[in-house]
Design a protein around this ligand. Structure first.
Ligand code: ATP
Ligand code: MG
Length: 364
């Protein structure tokens, strides 16, 4: 095996072109038309600049400083890892970063980087200072992760070309870029991977006041009148999540149009959430199913697998989407032996602690 520094020759790689990359900022392609329409709306409501991004003040402050310092040094900022539950603004922030840096954003996802050459194809396209956004970065396959290490640290990748006796390693030099990784499962990232990010920012659920601001901004954009009572009602039941708040707003706007009022007040907000099956705690159908399943166990801890099978939802989805809110609200606890319902959890189902949902007398 010989080792040589060489200029990148795309033909040598026989690379069909990087899959999963798209520069038009729209994220991975989507399926059905209805889904595409929702996605368009989400893009329409996406904050584009720091000053449009509501809340998460500490995170914004850190990123602003990082950008300023990088400018002063004349170098692209260190790599950034954004973690947090779905819908809190990780993708939005990555776009804002590229925008504020005035550089190009390249977008891909962990699962799209199936082979090393998928990654190399993208890396070699990066110009100095560009932002490479890898969504779901915890799902980058381990073999590809190794290549990212040297790319992140030394801005080079070592590539093996040919096989057997002709195999040789070629070191490709890369332009200095900034990797922005987003993950809903920071715990799944290996320590060496995590250690290669200079900035590690954790997004946390938004307080109701911030969600009121998110809703006010979105209402202006979609052109619907939202009064303070309506805003508060929707915000308080959005599980600390701007994406959910925006979804509620769109449904409320639909109802306002149908009713011919064109205005979202508290009555209309209440009616909207009732139609969506969202209760006063912000719980939806699946949340209640999860709680009810735990209640049925008579207080014994329930394992994730059993719970997933019992409610008909994927384990991942339960852990990432549903549980965080239930934990935060103190409705369930995770113990070493499994999930258990808290007295508050029983109360959310209108049950006494220890009472099973189908207990006699419940619906008297
Ligand atoms: N801080 C914010 N201010 C205003 N709107 C926001 C904010 N954060 C998120 N949003 C809204 O919520 C939507 C979802 O945000 P985004 O796609 O950035 O979340 P995410 O963290 O990437 O979610 P996922 O983990 O599911 O990819 C955005 O389209 C935007 O409308
Ligand atoms: Mg995202």
């Amino acid at each position: 095996m010989s080792r040589s520094e060489s200029v990148f020759d795309p033909d040598a790689l026989d690379d069909p072109g990087p899959p999963g990359v798209d520069d038009d900022l729209d994220g991975p392609g989507s399926g059905g038309a209805a889904f595409a329409a929702e996605e368009d709306l989400e893009n329409e409501l996406r904050p584009r600049r720091f000053d449009e991004f509501v809340g998460q003040r500490r995170v914004l402050e850190n990123l602003r400083v990082a950008i300023k310092a990088a400018r002063a040094r004349g170098e692209p900022p260190d790599h950034v890892l954004l973690s947090g539950p779905p819908g809190l603004g990780k993708t939005s922030l990555s776009r804002i970063l590229a925008h504020e840096l005035g550089t190009k954003l390249h977008t891909t996802t962990g699962p799209a980087l199936e082979r090393a050459r998928d990654l190399v194809g993208i890396l070699t396209q990066l110009a100095r200072g560009d932002v490479l956004f890898i969504d779901e970065i915890h799902r980058v396959p381990p073999t590809v992760e190794e290549y990212l290490y040297s790319a992140m640290e030394d801005f080079r990748v070592d590539l093996t070309l040919d096989q057997g006796a002709h195999a040789r390693v070629v070191a490709l030099k890369l332009q200095r870029f900034t990797l922005v990784g987003a993950t809903t499962r920071e715990g799944l990232l290996s320590a060496p991977f995590r250690g290669r990010f200079g900035h590690f920012e954790r997004l946390t659920p938004y307080p109701t006041e911030d969600l009121v601001d998110v809703l006010a901004r979105s209402a202006r954009i979609v052109g619907v009148e939202l009064d303070p009572g309506g805003a508060r009602w929707l915000a308080a039941r959005s599980r600390g999540t701007p994406r959910i708040a925006n979804r509620f707003l769109r449904r409320a706007r639909d109802l306002a149009v149908v009713r011919g009022t064109g205005r979202i007040d508290e009555d209309l907000a209440v009616a909207t959430l009732e139609r969506l099956g969202v209760d006063e705690h912000g719980l939806e159908e699946m949340d209640r199913r999860i709680l009810a399943f735990l209640a049925r166990g008579g207080g014994d801890p329930v394992g994730l697998k059993t719970l997933a099978a019992g409610v008909g939802e994927a384990e991942d989805t339960i852990e990432e989407v549903f549980e965080p809110h239930l934990l935060r609200e103190g409705l369930l606890l995770r113990t070493a032996r499994g999930r258990v319902l808290t007295p508050e959890g029983y109360a959310a189902l209108d049950l006494e602690p220890g009472q099973a949902p189908d207990a006699p007398g419940l619906f008297d």
